[in-house]
Design a protein around this ligand. Structure first.
Ligand SMILES: [Zn+2]
Length: 166
């Protein structure tokens, strides 16, 4: 029997069931992933200089860890959030940091998941008006995910050291 509502295992969003497959890369319902794809159309076309797309990708990644997600994806997402929230990096700078870290280090640990989901979701971001309001919502999403992962902040800060200015 088909259920009419599906709950995203990552962010907890309840969405109408459209029988989408779960994505491989994220621990998410296919329906939630579809919202992320909609957001990607926006972020890819907008804010090129600052590359806000990277912020949305890392917030989404941090919110949809577990399942079949590779440890490097979780680690990179969290490092990205840290660099933006506490170090003032732009998305473009985070993208460069990820490339640099990818060259330096090959082994990434499996990080323990936060106890709860919640906070800002991709749906909240899409419901904000395109432009300044939506970009501010993406920033709020990044911050809410960074806060939710407080138990690994020390690890993340250590892992990000190689890409920080001396
Ligand atoms: Zn989700």
């Amino acid at each position: 029997m088909k259920h009419s509502i599906v709950k995203c295992p990552g962010c907890g969003l309840l969405l109408p069931n459209r029988s989408y497959e779960e994505p491989l890369r994220f621990h998410a319902s296919g329906e939630c992933m579809e919202l992320y794809h909609q957001l990607s159309v926006y972020t890819s076309a907008h804010g090129y200089e600052a590359f806000i797309h990277q912020l949305a990708l890392d917030a989404y990644g941090a919110q949809h860890c577990g399942g079949g997600m590779r440890p490097i994806t979780a680690a990179f997402s969290l490092i990205g959030l840290y660099l933006v929230v506490e170090r003032g990096f732009t998305g473009r700078q985070v993208q460069q940091a990820h490339m640099e870290l990818g060259r330096l280090k090959a082994d990434w640990p499996e990080l323990a998941l936060p106890p709860s989901s919640g906070g800002v979701t991709v749906q909240d971001v899409l419901q904000a008006e395109p432009g300044a309001a939506r970009d501010a919502k993406i920033q709020a999403w990044v911050r809410s995910e960074w806060d939710r992962w407080a138990h690994v902040h020390d690890w993340v800060k250590e892992a990000a050291k190689p890409v920080l200015p001396a």
